[in-house]
Design a protein around this ligand. Structure first.
Ligand SMILES: *Cc1c(COP(=O)(O)O)cnc(C)c1O
Length: 384
């Protein structure tokens, strides 16, 4: 459905070509109405009836995300978690699903809760180990394989084309959390995935001022119809204003992400040489376990996220985060401001993060300033 003449950066900069037909405004209008006029003959020819079903600017964003991911259809949700949980809840009750051991912790926690309540049969595997995944899927019983790559917070890389093949052979579908690479760096549907999910709160919006989620589907099938029904009936829709802000954020995604990838690579290489750093976890580094696969699977960069493991464990890591002046101590990722976070503190004892791990979300500040700030904090914190 995408115009071959339009590269992602072009689509994004021009918001997919949307303008306000009524006024000639070069941007789509923000239409906040929750209800829409019915035609005298009782039809809704303009395609909108009620705000829980769809909003005009939301449709524009959905169409843009569908084109970027190369999908047939897309749905916006009120948050990334609303999008992800809708996918699992669209499966028949009691479905067997395979998910990664290393993944966005909030979703892993929710999945384990569903399993404890008997609503899903959940198996967590090392998704980068294809033999482990082959051993975990149950042909005819597994409905969904969930993947995230590079995965929070150690940035382990999994092979989406191979996972799609394993899922298909077992009669299951592959769904991918594509929040971190975005469709600019990885296009899971082209690699055989059936669904892509986004926390649009992160890179897609990019300014830490909108909570939003999305699902893009390879085909507009029965599963997609159930997702649409869940959103409509349960109401986890994205407000019109948030959709409008998200569209504004998306216009600069390509240039933001290019700068963030470059800065993350620069920081990763420099921090790897820092005496207070035990390990740098970044798929762009040749020392990273998933580097070769990431180089093949990711296009145009390795993303703006990396983690460092500080020598001296949790205490030294927390002391480092306490000493930065420029980096912001906060959770989340993908915004224009750089964030630093001691991951085990938020994830709790079930975290796969080593105690000394600090997760870094690289923003748009000058990379030299970011590096200098961290180097000073690391040196001071680990000197004791
Ligand atoms: C933040 C995040 C989510 C959850 O999205 P929300 O918008 O916070 O609900 C899911 N997956 C990943 C990778 C995330 O970073």
């Amino acid at each position: 459905m995408s115009d071959p003449a339009e590269a992602p950066a072009t689509l994004l900069a021009r918001a997919g070509g949307a303008v306000d037909e009524a006024t000639g405004g070069i941007l789509p209008a923000l239409q906040p109405s929750t209800t829409f006029l019915r035609d005298p003959d009782n039809l809704y020819r303009r395609g909108f009836d009620y705000g829980r079903d769809a909003s005009p600017v939301g449709r524009i964003v959905e169409s843009l995300l569908g084109r970027l991911e190369g999908g047939a259809a897309a749905l916006l949700f009120a948050s990334g978690m609303a999008a992800a949980t809708a996918i699992f809840r669209a499966l028949p009750a009691g479905s067997h699903v395979v998910a990664p051991k290393v993944m966005y912790w909030g979703l892993r926690k929710w999945l384990l809760g569903e399993a404890a309540a008997g609503r899903l049969a959940v198996e967590l595997v090392a998704m980068e180990d294809l033999d482990a995944v082959r051993g975990a899927v149950r042909p005819g019983r597994t409905r969904l394989v969930w993947a995230e790559t590079p995965a929070n917070p150690t940035w382990v890389v999994s092979d989406l084309a191979a996972l799609a093949e394993i899922a298909r052979a077992a009669g299951a579908k592959l769904a991918v959390d594509n929040t971190v690479p975005t469709p600019l760096l990885t296009r899971p549907l082209a690699l055989g995935a059936h669904l892509v999910m986004h926390s649009a709160t992160k890179y897609l919006n990019g300014h830490s001022d909108v909570l939003a989620g999305a699902v893009v589907a390879a085909t507009e099938d029965e599963l997609f119809a159930r997702l649409r029904a869940i959103r409509h009936d349960e109401g986890a829709v994205l407000g019109a204003f948030e959709a409008w802000l998200l569209l504004r954020g998306l216009r600069t995604l390509a240039v933001r992400l290019r700068a963030q990838c470059g800065a993350a690579m620069h920081l990763a290489a420099a921090l790897e040489r820092h005496p207070a750093v035990e390990r740098v976890l970044y798929p762009g580094l040749p020392t990273h376990k998933g580097h070769t696969l990431a180089a093949r699977q990711m296009v145009g960069g390795f993303g703006g996220m990396l983690s460092i493991v500080v020598r001296g464990g949790a205490e030294a890591a927390i002391a480092t985060a306490a000493r930065v002046r420029l980096w912001t101590r906060a959770t989340s990722l993908g915004g224009v401001e750089s964030l630093i976070e001691h991951r085990a503190s938020i994830e709790g004892p079930a975290t796969p993060a080593p105690p000394g791990l600090l997760r870094l979300s690289v923003g748009l500040e000058d990379p030299a300033d970011l590096l200098a700030d961290l180097e000073v904090a690391l040196a001071a914190a680990t000197r004791g």
